[in-house]
Ligand binder design. Structure first.
Ligand code: SF4
Ligand code: SF4
Length: 93
């Protein structure tokens, strides 16, 4: 089963507010050349928008793995967990 197929088994209850914030978009644009958040996240939450020159955060896809809390070389991501009752539900534990 592919990763996409597995992700398709999850259910989400989205909060209206994002539980993930980029602290300083200027750091993403001007300092962070490799933008590892855009390749690490298994749910493609971080997408580089070259036209708008910013990282778009699709928080509703987050599977709460915690990887982005570690990978940003500039500690520029504030990723907390969703409020109780919101976020991802795993069918198989
Ligand atoms: S890894 Fe951190 S600094 Fe780099 S683009 Fe992502 S959020 Fe911005
Ligand atoms: S916690 Fe995991 S799934 Fe959620 S945004 Fe960070 S890397 Fe992506």
């Amino acid at each position: 089963m592919s990763v996409d197929d597995r992700l398709g088994l999850l259910t989400y209850k989205n909060d209206h507010e994002s539980h993930i914030k980029i602290n300083n978009h200027d750091v993403c644009v001007n300092t962070c050349k490799d933008k590892p958040c855009t390749v690490l996240c298994p749910a493609a939450v971080y997408v580089w928008n070259g036209q708008a020159k910013q990282i778009k955060v699709q928080h509703e896809n987050c599977i709460e793995c915690g990887g982005c809390r570690m990978i940003c070389p500039y500690h520029n991501i504030a990723c907390d967990w969703p409020r109780g009752g919101f976020g991802v539900s795993y069918k198989y534990g």
